[in-house]
Design a protein around this ligand. Structure first.
Ligand code: ADP
Ligand code: ZN
Ligand code: ZN
Length: 672
């Protein structure tokens, strides 16, 4: 008897001999310990057992069986296989992402220890009897009924509700109903939006029935949730981030994907590069469950399918208690610059609006999509710019720490005393990050208390939560931040939101840049005027007359969607075609160019005109590896299975080339 075992390495599976004493006990989904290569020992999961002896290979035996019953259920294995297939990556990589710390035996010892300690310490178990959901108002009630009706016919429904319309209240009602039917619910949120704000809000209604799962958990904590979900008394609700789609579920009835447009649902690195929203829809289908996608600014992919009637569509156009959506005022900074009215990056209009808010003891949020002080520094005499020695990017200036940092690999160095090219000592800084804004702010509003929220100040979950807490309890007047401040935060005293420079985002060389700018800016704007205070948004830009800025200020999603879709169709971009990026990495740039050209030509042999490139991506070297990208634009009706087979077979031909020894090839399916 033989068993195919998935190991935590980038391959699908390996076949091992099942020793006679383990026959009948080694089952699909159980963990086993196996030898690998000359010295290694791995813990893997049984994919299947069979009697087909592989030809011409020397077989090794399973050393140890760790589970009496499978710890990975049939649903999960089917799901893993779908991920591996669709996202073109080995099963081993999927397993690594799916199981907490690969569930090595030593972790379980630690888990037992930690549960024992906790049990010993805490004698009075806190019994919480929970609140009933808030009654819905008229429009919300109608929307709820529409969602339920739509679920009668369709598996997926888009809830397109303006910020603060009560989407979360609707979710709470839907969750309660699913629980009453004895079904499990998965509530997905982007990592950064999973704050104590939302956890406490849901805990109030669902108490101990709800488990929380996020990426800042330790391996032991993840294992604890995993084991509980695999047990006979699982949490009925999981509130979690993208990786919670990999937990074991038993009778899932509903998946909610909140802020479905969020980019961070896509895993970028490492493989599997899956999109949690799309994978969640697959997962729900496996269980015959329904999926609700909620957002104020739908992704094109989802809106397109809703528009075609494949997904259901429910709209909420009013804010709760009829609060007005904030007014968005555009300030032309080209004009203000010409008239020399700007104070640093602040226009007079923005300063005035901020002053009014502060005078009324209200709060202000400032948004800039760049951290650090300046984008880079430049020698004033000869124009020399410091770059990362490992990546093909300039180093970002962080003035507080007097350092230059690479935002790709983390390389950090001190600001040089003098220019290594001409030995002059004067540098100028170019571009504006959150740190520079903070500095300028102190000069304009010395009395105001400001907090900064970006990857530098909110490195850990605790720091992040502290900033949110300090701001919501009004211990600060102004919150300056990057994308982090856009994620579904609910502050009730913010009356002014300042968008310091909309152009950074609009001008990115990406076919999605308008869609993204619309989403991000509408989301930031939505932080204003959420309670009694009416909101004002000051949007600073050099392209005040452009269509996209007009669409944003009027909240005209449809117009933005319509014009952008015409372009997408013309150039065969998603959602009309499926994109696959093929990445090649190597330490030798010349050799890489040669190999990438070779691979692209093989791909053209099969896919013809659908292949573009190879190109150098915008950052063409990261951590000393050179990178090339080949783009495939595939018709949506080509079966993913076939595409995968073709790509893998071409990859194998490439890897068989003697010069391709340390070539690294990987895929990004539906890249964002
Ligand atoms: P969204 O998720 O659409 O941004 P929320 O559900 O967060 O909106 O609602 C915005 C605010 O209004 C929240 O503070 C919420 O508690 C309140 N709210 C919305 N609907 C109701 C309701 N039916 N009853 C009580 N409070 C509500
Ligand atoms: Zn110089
Ligand atoms: Zn670097």
């Amino acid at each position: 008897m033989f068993a195919d075992i998935i190991l935590p390495i980038p391959f699908d599976s390996f076949t091992y001999l099942v020793p006679s004493e383990m026959e009948g006990q080694v089952m699909r989904g159980c963990r086993v310990v196996v030898p690998f290569g000359k010295k290694k020992i791995y813990t893997g999961v049984v994919l299947q057992t069979h009697n087909n002896e592989p030809m011409g290979v020397e077989m090794k035996s399973i050393l140890e069986l760790l589970d009496e019953c499978p710890i990975v259920n049939e649903h999960q294995i089917t799901f893993w296989q779908w991920i591996a297939n669709y996202y073109i990556c080995p099963l081993g990589d999927v397993m690594k992402a799916a199981l907490p710390g690969a569930m090595k035996p030593k972790d379980e010892k630690a888990l037992k220890e930690s549960t024992r300690n906790r049990r010993g310490g805490k004698t009075t178990a806190s019994l919480t009897e929970t609140d009933l959901p808030n009654p819905l108002n008229n429009v919300q009630q109608i929307a709820l009924e529409e969602v339920e009706e739509s679920f009668q016919e369709k598996n997926v429904t888009l809830l397109h509700g303006v910020t603060s319309s009560g989407k979360t209240e609707l979710y709470i009602h839907l969750i309660s109903k699913a629980l009453k039917q004895g079904k499990q619910v998965l509530y997905l949120l982007p990592e950064i939006a999973l704050t104590t704000q939302i956890t406490d809000r849901l805990r109030q209604f669902f108490g101990e029935k709800m488990g929380v799962y996020h990426s800042k958990f330790t391996d032991i904590q993840r294992l604890e949730v995993y084991k509980r979900q695999a047990s006979s008394q699982p949490y009925q609700i999981i509130l979690g981030v993208r990786s919670s789609i990999f937990l074991p579920y038993q009778n899932l009835g509903l998946i909610i994907v909140d802020e479905e447009h969020e980019q961070s649902y896509k895993q970028q690195e490492p493989a599997p590069r899956y999109h949690a929203r799309n994978a969640a829809i697959m997962l729900a289908n496996q269980f015959g469950a329904k999926t609700l996608l909620g957002t104020a600014t739908p992704s094109f992919e989802v809106y397109h399918l809703a528009h075609k009637g494949i997904y259901g569509y429910v709209k909420l156009t009013q804010r709760f208690r009829n609060m007005q959506l904030p007014t968005i005022e555009v300030v032309d900074i080209k004009e203000a610059k010409r008239k020399r009215q700007m104070k640093g990056i602040f226009s007079p209009r923005l300063i005035e609006a901020m002053r009014t808010s502060l005078d009324h003891k209200e709060q202000v949020i400032l948004f800039q999509n760049r951290r650090g002080f300046a984008s880079f520094i430049e020698c004033k005499t000869c124009g020399w710019v410091p770059r990362c020695p490992h990546c093909d990017v300039t180093l970002t200036l962080h003035k507080k720490t007097s350092t230059l940092t690479c935002h790709y690999c983390g390389y950090t160095t001190r600001i040089p005393d003098c220019c290594p090219a001409c030995e002059e000592k004067k540098f100028i800084d170019v571009g504006t990050g959150t740190e520079k804004i903070e500095e300028q702010l102190h000069q304009i509003f010395p009395e105001a208390k400001a907090l900064r929220m970006d990857l530098d100040t909110a490195k850990t979950r605790l720091q992040f939560e502290r900033i949110i807490n300090d701001f919501s309890t009004h211990q600060a007047d102004i919150l300056i931040g990057t994308q982090m401040v856009t994620k579904g935060l609910d502050f009730d005293r913010v009356s002014t939101v300042g968008i310091l420079n909309a152009d950074n985002m609009l001008n990115l060389p990406d076919f999605r840049s308008y869609e993204r700018t619309f989403q991000t800016l509408s989301q930031v704007a939505g932080r204003a005027g959420r309670n009694q205070t009416p909101g004002l948004v000051i949007l600073q830009t050099r392209s005040a007359d452009s269509d996209i800025i007009r669409q944003i200020t009027h909240g005209d999603y449809w117009q933005m969607f319509y014009t952008q879709m015409l372009e997408r169709q013309m150039f065969n971009y998603p959602p009309f075609r499926r994109l696959i990026y093929v990445y090649l990495r190597h330490t030798d740039d010349h050799l890489l160019e040669h190999l990438a050209t070779e691979m692209a030509s093989k791909l053209r042999g099969v896919f013809g005109e659908r292949v573009l490139g190879p190109d150098r991506p915008p950052v063409a070297r990261i951590q000393s590896l050179y990178i090339r990208k080949i783009m495939l634009k595939i018709e949506r009706n080509l079966p993913p299975q076939k595409v995968r087979q073709t790509l893998i077979s071409i990859q194998q031909q490439m890897m068989a080339l003697p010069v391709a020894k340390s070539l690294n090839i990987y895929y990004d399916v539906d890249p964002l």
